[in-house]
Design a protein around this ligand. Structure first.
Ligand SMILES: C[S@@+](CC[C@H](N)C(=O)[O-])C[C@H]1O[C@@H](n2cnc3c(N)ncnc32)[C@H](O)[C@@H]1O
Length: 840
């Protein structure tokens, strides 16, 4: 749904509504005009096509074309599904197709005859079972099951996808696709997740760390055998720390807390991406793809039977949009095979506390000209009218050509106010809408216009678009997109109507969220998650994580999104330290801020506070974060827009930022996320320096106070820096990990992972494994894991893992013993950082 995985993307921002990968490339331009082609495809979507399998996966369209030419196959156009054995041919007539079908099976590729299949209209699949199996569903761990929403687009995560066999896919329902755990009682879901986390995350993390020491020793031994041991009489050896051996040592130093349940089990998703396609009957539909496009599944399942994860507002908007694209004269939906048509995806974001709703429609509009202008105006009128608007017309099925230009605006079709729901205007639609229900609550009733009370409760005190649209929409965006593959998260958006962002409340604070900015998809769950993260990072998490009860001077929020975690942490810290003081009454940016800066410089002992420094790649999220800190009166917060890996080393080095010389501003083209090297010959390092130099003097002074001035006095005892990292599904970049490990002021690191079975164990190795040329800092050790269930009814689970600095010991090879075999002799231990010389 999101993404996250994101992404990940988003991450985080994995486009949920998208299809996971299989691209089709056009080899021959269709001879018909675009409009004719759309009409043709709508009339006879599958009658003129043939799916041909048996090519080799690496063959590109050119090579396939050559084989077809040698076999004298006549066809109109060819699409090649990348990395599969399949190509889809389109023919001018059924006769031409039939002749080709006879001839194609006579062609052999690598000794095997090609196979053909007419795609079934009701399934609209493009692959054979065998081809699908060749694609291979790599369903290894349950935590990696590809089907569920994960909150990170990547990375943010997709509700769709799937990698099961076609046989399995054919019996899937929407609930199977979206909520595979739904049939389990919630307690059992939690137990299952706990078991999965214990094995696939915790045990794996320890195993990988231990293995990294073994690998390092093999490397050292090899180097010694190649004469690189200098005067050493035997190979050097890095001993894995005791805790990494598992058993009682690990038990004593590491704790897995019981899984934290989601406070909300239904309707919890505040963001969802929907595919616009055709359902089993060929009707334009807004919903979820019923399997992976790469597996040939084209069918989109509508929400008529409800979706337990979605709130009523989201379902109402989806129903309204579906009615809109099904109206007579609507522009056609996008076809992923022909790459023709208009409507592609819809993202709906809602805020559970403020009841706002941001909609972003993705459409291929380039070829539509004036037709799109009319359609867009109609869409805005329809979604934002204050009274319910009915839709005239029946669904445009594939057999029914929908002529662009014929579209009458919703207002023309039925005067606003005359029809009370989209369904009432038309019998067919009425059936659709009236059967629209959800197990989570409101069904038909949610299609009413918002009541007086609802409308007024939506009126926030800050700048918000006019509430009161009958659909509940408060912001509307368009993402024009013509590309063949999935749009990336940072495609430009056009603001069509309403507020330019959404607002949500979290832990008593209010946050604005731009359409492209990440926000946790389960708001109530995010509060629980954040509180855990904050408690751990501020050293008040209790058992096995209480080594640093002192408040940090710098809260580093890496991958901070709209600044939520850092701002909440700073606010709570202020509350704790300045107890009784009415911070909210302070005029913004005045005394509190000055006090904070003074405190950070150590000039004012009784007002201790922390500098929040957030780093985030998404520009609009950073703008949100700055505004969120201001609105919530967090006195000392700064946010840098950059890839964390490009800037973290510069941020954490122990050298005054102010000493950096600033060169002229970047050319516009390099943007904020410039990588190394950038145009003009400046390195990524210089870009990072410039960004740092762009911080306010106060913030730079505060950074210096923490990282530079305090060096000699504080080392060791004080927790100067609390590092919180919340990366997309892909995890942290190696340079990020290096900067974190090598910064000695970071005594505690709180890692929030939405991919606990993959990227977390991998990143833990860099944080906790043996030192190297790049990773010179003392190794961390994992002290605690807290699974937090943010995604009920799916297999996904978030994990907070806490790391603290720990000792690594070196002994000579002969004296190595496992922790259960007795203690290693003290005199043979040495500090790794001082002793390991033989590095690669
Ligand atoms: C899982 S989200 C967490 C956001 C935030 N902590 C929150 O809870 O709302 C990951 C964030 O990392 C950002 N991101 C992805 N890659 C990044 C990178 N290389 N450097 C900095 N930020 C990145 C994404 O834009 C996204 O906002």
């Amino acid at each position: 749904m999101d993404s996250t995985d994101g992404n990940d993307t988003n991450g985080d921002t994995p486009a949920a509504a998208t299809d996971n990968g299989t691209a089709l490339c056009d080899q021959t331009a269709p001879s018909t005009s675009a409009t004719e082609a759309i009409a043709l495809s709508a009339r006879q979507p599958d009658q003129l096509r043939l799916v041909v399998s048996g090519f080799q996966k690496f063959m590109n369209a050119k090579e396939v074309t050559k084989i077809l030419a040698q076999g004298k196959i006549d066809y109109e156009s060819l699409k090649r599904a990348v990395s599969t054995t399949v190509a889809v041919l389109r023919f001018a007539s059924v006769e031409q197709r039939e002749k080709a079908a006879t001839d194609l099976v006579k062609i052999c590729v690598k000794g095997r005859p090609l196979r053909t299949m007419v795609p079934k209209p009701e399934e609209r699949r493009i692959f054979h079972q065998q081809d699908h199996e060749q694609c291979g569903s790599k369903r290894k761990g349950k935590l990696n099951a590809p089907r569920e929403p994960d909150g990170k687009r990547g990375r943010e995560g997709s509700v769709e996808g799937g990698g099961d066999t076609l046989m399995e896919e054919s019996v899937k329902t929407l609930a199977d696709v979206v909520t595979p755990f739904l049939s389990l009682p919630y307690m059992e879901q939690l137990q299952q997740k706990e078991r999965d986390i214990a094995v696939e995350c915790v045990q794996k993390t320890f195993r990988e760390i231990k293995k990294s020491y073994a690998d390092k020793n093999k490397q050292l031994k090899r180097a010694y055998q190649h004469g690189e041991g200098g005067s050493d009489s035997q190979p050097r050896h890095v001993r894995a720390p005791n805790w990494a051996w598992g058993g009682r040592y690990a038990k004593e130093t590491f704790v897995v807390e019981p899984i934290v349940p989601s406070p909300c089990l239904e309707g919890y998703r505040n963001k969802c991406e929907f595919t616009v396609g055709r359902d089993q009957e060929g009707r334009p539909t807004v919903g979820f793809r019923m399997g992976a496009f790469r597996n040939g599944v084209m069918q989109v399942g509508g929400l008529e039977e409800g979706c337990v994860l979605l709130d009523a507002l989201t379902q109402r908007v989806v129903a309204a949009l579906q009615a809109f694209i099904r109206r007579r004269g609507a522009l056609p939906v996008y076809d992923q095979i022909t790459h023709e048509g208009v409507w592609r995806y819809v993202t709906v974001r809602t805020s559970s506390r403020t009841k706002q709703c941001l909609v972003c429609v993705c459409a291929a509009i380039e070829k539509q000209g004036a037709d799109w202008a009319r359609e867009q105006a109609a869409l805005v009128d329809y979604l934002t009218a204050t009274t319910p608007v009915g839709m005239e017309g029946e669904a445009s099925t594939p057999g029914e050509a929908s002529t662009p230009g014929e579209a009458s605006t919703p207002g023309e079709a039925s005067t606003p106010g005359e029809a009370s729901t989209p369904g009432e205007a038309v019998e067919g639609e009425s059936r659709e809408v009236n059967s629209f229900s959800t197990t989570s609550g409101p069904s038909v009733s949610m299609l009413h216009a918002p009541s007086e009370k609802e409308t007024s409760s939506n009126k926030g005190d800050s700048v918000v678009a006019p509430h009161g649209a009958w659909t509940g929409v408060t912001s509307l965006f368009l993402a024009p997109y013509e590309g063949l593959s999935n749009p990336s998260a940072d495609e430009p958006l056009i603001h069509l109507w309403g507020s330019p962002y959404l607002e949500e409340e979290l832990l008593g604070l209010r946050f604005r969220i731009s359409p492209q900015a990440f926000f946790q998809v389960n708001t109530a769950g995010a509060e629980v998650l954040y509180q855990k993260v904050i408690d751990e990072s501020l050293g008040r998490g209790g058992k096995k994580g209480d080594g640093a009860a002192e408040a940090p001077r710098l809260i580093l929020d890496v991958c901070c999104g709209t600044g939520t975690i850092g701002i909440c942490a700073a606010k709570q810290l202020e509350g704790r330290v300045q107890a009784g003081r009415e911070i909210a009454e302070d005029p913004p940016g005045t005394s509190t801020q000055q006090d904070n800066i003074a405190a950070l410089k150590g000039q004012q002992a009784d007002v201790a506070t922390s500098l929040v420094l957030g780093i985030e790649i998404c520009e609009s999220a950073v703008e949100d974060a700055v505004e969120n800190a201001r609105q919530n009166r967090v006195g000392c917060a700064a946010f840098l827009c950059s890839r964390a890996e490009d800037i973290l080393l510069s941020v954490l080095r122990e050298k005054p930022v102010s000493s950096v010389s600033v060169s002229p501003p970047l050319p516009a083209s390099t943007g904020n996320n410039a990588t190394t090297p950038v145009s003009g010959g400046r390195s990524g390092h210089h870009v990072a320096e410039e960004k740092l130099a762009g911080l306010s003097a106060e913030v730079r002074a505060a950074l210096q106070a923490v990282l530079v001035d305090q060096n000699s006095a504080s080392a060791g005892s004080k927790t100067l820096v609390a590092a919180i990292v919340d990366p997309p599904r892909s995890g942290l970049h190696a340079d990020c990990l290096r900067a974190l490990r090598n910064c000695r002021h970071i005594q505690r690191l709180v890692y929030v992972s939405c991919n606990p079975s993959k990227s977390l164990p991998r990143d833990a190795v860099a944080l906790c494994g043996p030192p190297s040329q790049r990773l010179k800092g003392e190794a961390f050790r994992p002290v605690k894991a807290i699974p937090v269930d943010m995604f009920p009814h799916t297999s996904h689970c978030e994990v907070v893992m806490v790391f603290e600095r720990g000792d690594v010991e070196i002994v000579s090879e002969n004296s190595v013993q496992g922790p259960d075999q007795g203690e290693v002799q003290g005199e043979q231990r040495e500090s790794v950082t001082s002793q390991v010389k033989t590095e690669t």
